[in-house]
Design a protein around this ligand. Sequence first.
Ligand code: DNO
Ligand code: MN
Length: 352
Amino acid sequence: MTFRWFGDSDPVTLAYIRQIPGIYGIVSALYDIPVGAVWPVEKIAALKQKIEAHGMKFEVVESVPVHEDIKLGRPGRDTLIANYVQTIRNLASCGVKVVCYNFMPVFDWTRTTLAMPLPDGSTTLGFDAALAGSIAPGSSVRLPGWDISYKDNEFDDLISAYKDVGETALWEHLSYFLQAVIPAAADASVKMAIHPDDPPRPIFGLPRIVKNREDLERLLRIVDHPANGLTLCSGSLGADCHNDVAEMVREFSGQGRIHFAHLRNVKVDEEGNFHETSHLSSAGSLDMAKILQAYHDTSYEGYVRPDHGRMIWGETGKPGYGLYDRALGAVYLNGIWEGLGKNSSKATGDAS
Ligand code: DNO
Ligand code: MN
């Protein structure tokens, strides 16, 4: 069980995270390195040391961002890919075992609201499909809930650059990236773990290619090696009610290709609207016990973290990444996992 931490500027401290029962490690990144530049060993080592001083491990990075020129297949991509590979080597030299990344054009996750009120007085991240659908690519509308690190002018340029890059080209650019990066990652004993698109559908006219079982299958076959793996995010994939998350876990964990499990619950409808809920199964549309059962049945030994949480108990801070609800999630998930262990044939000695 791990917990995401955004570095010294994160209002949630390592000292507090340590007090959550059952936390093994911290998931973090270097946030002051420009996208595309090599992460220096000294900075990685300093981060590791800080985390270890609080009694936790640093074995998972989320994320090493992929430069837009790689996703766009622009001429400069070879240098950027060489930098990416060097970053992987540097991370490996500091003991990092899994690197999470994503291949979403321009945006990381997108929400139409960051503070949707729930009946219990908490607030959560929400997505209104009609509202998102009404925004034309390149229009001046800005949403509160999208994770981008571009200035407005760069942002508009990027959106127009993607006019010539549809799904087919994006797949080609992802293949090119994987064919260069996976052998180097394998060589450094690092497992790459792509995060699915969130939400799992095209938005603002931009292509999205990591949205469902077929996409994951296709991706894994591009370089059919364990170093080419998945961050299976239940909440991202679960935002499409046609995705059977437990079934995907069973299939891909069974193949040893899930290296990082993001666990959270969402309440979804047929139109593609959704909001995030507490981790509890009854609070949302996903059966968390069934999902964990699938991990357990396939002897999953990878890393796990509670993904986003609601804002509860008056907490303020980075939406989705407060302390309290994520801590409740970690404990709830650990509880299910402990129960599965005690009920399994291994634990009871039942050979059937
Ligand atoms: C959404 C979150 C994301 C994720 C990045 C990974 O479900 O987990 O912020 O961290 O997309 O690159
Ligand atoms: Mn996630």
